[in-house]
Design a protein around this ligand. Structure first.
Ligand SMILES: [Zn+2]
Length: 281
């Protein structure tokens, strides 16, 4: 088998697995038209389909209604009936046998989550990933299967098995899912970039250091202003020739240790002059 064909089939199956999830072994529902063509061209269905589907494990099966329809068609379908009898039986839940198309159409619907057990065979079909491939040479049945399962189908053409392409609905679903994934990745990348920008700005702000105005010692400045005010007051009193006794007393009260020698020179000079004037008068 050509490498290009194998690559195409692998790509289709990978898309199905991504969209729906594929059961292992992968179920393949075979109808009488496919089995008849395989018999005519002497095709070993198990080997050929195994190679066609990228070496996956396959469970080839049919239904009781398909076999019953072959029996009703008589000796013409004897060989086909023999081929179908070798396959596994998929539980179809038809108490009275119906047509193959109706039975396979029902069997192809995606399985409900509740477990369903066939009364006759006791086979359970509770796997939610049970989404079979239809192997049929009937074009009508294949188009129905495309609508119901969203899966590709198998057919025999000139004795060679072929895998059809994905239905349009599945391709659209797959494209939407991939687009959502790309959008989510883009949003995540944008969030990471925004977080990195914020970190860089915070780091830059920290590297600049503290504001130098906030480092000024305000208390010392305040004390200096108070001292300056007191000094101005003393000078103002001296200039106005005011009796400094109250000021001196206040200074004495505040600092008992302050003696004559600790007083400022101009104060001492002023007191001496005052005393001299009093005694001279
Ligand atoms: Zn049936």
């Amino acid at each position: 088998m050509r490498a290009k064909k194998l690559k195409r089939n692998r790509r289709i199956l990978d898309a199905c697995a991504e969209t729906f999830g594929l059961a292992d072994p992968l179920p393949v529902l075979i109808d009488s038209s496919f089995a008849r063509m395989a018999l005519r061209h002497k095709v070993n269905m198990s080997d050929q389909l195994h190679r066609l589907l990228d070496g996956r494990n396959l469970a080839l099966c049919t239904t009781r209604c398909v076999i019953k329809e072959c029996q009703l068609l008589g000796p013409v379908m004897a060989g086909t009936l023999k081929v179908l009898s070798c396959l596994e039986l998929h539980p179809c839940h038809h108490k009275r046998p119906t047509t193959a198309v109706r039975c396979l159409t029902k069997a192809l619907r995606p399985v409900a989550t509740e477990p369903t057990v066939d009364e006759a065979s006791g086979v359970s079909a509770s796997d939610p990933n049970w989404r079979p491939l239809l192997a049929s040479n009937s074009e009508r049945l294949r188009s129905l299967a495309h609508e119901l399962t969203g899966m590709p189908c198998l057919l025999l053409e000139h004795g060679q098995p072929l895998l059809t392409g994905l239905p349009a609905d599945t391709r659209r679903l797959l494209a939407e899912r991939r687009l959502r994934g790309l959008r989510a990745e883009a949003d995540e990348a944008a969030a990471v970039a925004a977080a990195a920008t914020v970190d860089a700005s915070v780091l830059k702000r920290r590297q600049r250091g503290a504001n130098p105005l906030s480092c000024l010692k305000k208390k010392r400045k305040r004390q200096t202003e108070q001292q300056q005010q007191k000094s101005d007051e003393v000078h103002r009193n001296i200039d106005n020739n005011v009796d400094l006794s109250s000021t001196i007393c206040r200074r004495r009260k505040r600092g008992r240790r302050a003696g004559w020698s600790r007083r400022p020179w101009h104060v001492r000079q002023f007191i001496v002059e005052q005393l001299q004037q009093q005694f001279l008068v």
